[in-house]
Structures are given as C-alpha cells and as structure tokens.
Design a protein around this ligand. Structure first.
Ligand code: PLP
Length: 289
C-alpha cells in the first residue's frame, strides 16, 4: 500500500518527511488551533461550521495565519485526493509556528499548517457506527474540572488538550469522562458533548458554561427541533445524568454515541437516541451524497 501523504506547509509529503520544527510553538506550548472533521463520499460534512469555529479559535488566541478559507479547503481536498479517500477522518491544525525563546506571541509570520486524513468508514444506516467496535460508551464522573472560560475559553479548540487528558487518566473502566465545571455542574466529556433524555425531552449543558460548542451537538439540536422533540440547554447536576432515561454523547468522529452506563449504573440504549442517530445519518446522506 502506498505511504500515506500529509499536507505540511503547502506540500504533500510522505509520513517520514511530514515533520514540523522542534521550535514550533504548537509543540512547545500547545499554541495552535485545530479542527477534526469527517469527509463522507469525499465531501467535508459541516465544512462552513468547522471553518467558522477555526476562525473563532484563531481570534480567541490571536493567531492571524493569513490563509483564506478557500486555501484551507483546497489543502484538505488535495490531501483527500492524494490518499484516494472518500470516507475519512480529517484533522486541520494551524500553529503559530517558530518563534524561539518567547512565551509572548509575536505575529504568526510563518504559521505551521498541517492536514492529516485517514480512512474512516461511514457508520449509521449505511454500515456499522464508528463506535460499534467498542459499543455504546461507559461514562464516569471524574474529579478533574473543566478549565474555566476565564482561564482558557472553552469555545477555542486549541492544541492544548491536557484538561481532557487528565480527565481521561482518571477513568477506571470507562470510555469517556463526565467533566464538571468549577461549580459542579456537568460541562461535557473530554472530547464530546453530553446529552440526556427525560420524560420532558432532551437536555444538554449550556455553552454559557465552559463547554465546547460542538458542531455535532448543534446538528443534533436542530434535528431534535425538526422532529419536535423538546430540547433544553441548562446547568445540570451529575445526578440528573445518572437518573436520566437515556444518555448519549456527540462528537464529529462518534456522531451520536449511546451511553450504556453512567458511574456504573446500567441503562438501555433508548428510542430517542436511536431516532437522533438515524436522523443524523440521514443529514449526512443529504449533505454529502
Ligand atoms: N467537546 C470537546 C472538549 C471536544 O474536544 C469535542 C470534539 O473533539 C467536542 C466537544 C465535540 O465537538 P464536535 O461535535 O464539533 O466534534
């Protein structure tokens, strides 16, 4: 099989040559922005939303990379084409590049721009869901709290994922951490948004708290509204999740992933989760094929 090609600073390079400098601020400090996307049938799902959020991240960290949206998209499309990929995981990273010796950031004169694309078969109706190998998730409440917005804005998807890494380190026999904010309300997973279902409808923590505004989260909320399922955003205690009828997680890679246990309490994968997972797959079908 041909060696995978990565897009690094405007060039397609084989893995062994796809390198960045040891002085790169993304490596040194986590000083960079990224997006994880999925391509279905060669088309990037929710591209506009991803590039909007990337811009918001760059704005939040003052990273002026100087590349147009069209240029970024072109690099992604080239990476997909060069690797013969239709259904793929795509990661676009932009760091402030090399600025030796200073924590204080200067202008991003020479930002580092990397696109990585790997095969990721479509799940949902057309096949097995991507989490199917592992099955529905086990979720566990952890002690690590979400960094407050006043320290690092949760809306910025930066290279610094230590908060989530520390949360996941605590897991005993679970797939995802249920992370609370400083007040003790549920914020999100280490790399996912959290939803739960009660008799009154679907609930999810508000992005007024330290919660990444997930693109899958937004799509699922739209789908719930279209299906006339009441949806509410708010501040919830972990007990509300433990007692809920259904719980599910969302992110770009997992799409809608049911939760089978919360803090060791088992639950069935319920009909609302199944319906939203199906509607999500139909949205992918309409948008990308
Ligand atoms: N929350 C965090 C902390 C994440 O890292 C992610 C995705 O990686 C999400 C939520 C879900 O976001 P999206 O649906 O845009 O993938």
């Amino acid at each position: 099989m041909a060696e995978r090609l990565y897009h690094v600073d405007g060039e397609l390079r084989p893995r062994s040559e796809a390198t960045v400098s040891v002085e790169d601020r993304g490596f040194r400090y986590g000083d960079g922005a990224f997006e994880t996307m999925r391509a279905y049938g060669g088309a990037v799902f929710e591209w506009a939303a991803h590039v909007d959020r990337l811009e918001a991240t760059c704005e939040a960290i003052g990273l002026d990379h100087g590349l147009s949206r069209g240029d970024l998209r072109e690099r992604i499309d080239e990476t997909l084409a060069a690797n013969d990929l239709l259904d793929a995981y795509v990661r676009l990273s932009i760091t402030r590049g090399v600025q030796p010796g200073k924590l204080t950031p200067g202008p991003a004169v020479d930002p580092t721009v990397v696109v990585v694309a790997k095969p990721l078969p479509r799940g949902g109706l057309s096949g097995e869901a991507i989490w199917a190998d592992d099955g529905p998730a086990a979720l566990e409440t952890v002690r690590t709290r979400r960094v407050p917005d006043e320290a690092i804005p949760a809306g910025a998807k930066t290279h610094n994922y230590l908060n989530g890494i520390l949360a996941r380190r605590e897991l005993h026999d679970a797939d995802e951490a249920l992370v609370r904010d400083g007040e003790g309300y549920v914020a999100e997973g280490a790399t996912s948004n959290v939803f739960f279902v009660t008799g009154e409808g679907v609930r999810t923590p508000t992005t007024d708290g330290p919660v990444l505004p997930g693109i899958t989260r937004r799509v699922v909320m739209e789908l719930a509204e279209e299906a006339e399922i009441p949806i509410e955003e708010g501040y919830y205690e972990p007990a509300a999740i433990r007692e809920a009828e259904e719980v599910f997680l969302t992110n770009t890679t997992w799409e809608v992933r049911p939760v089978r246990t919360v803090d060791g309490i088992d639950r069935e994968v319920g009909p609302v989760t199944e319906l939203l997972a199906r509607l999500y797959d139909e949205r992918v079908e309409t948008a990308c094929y």
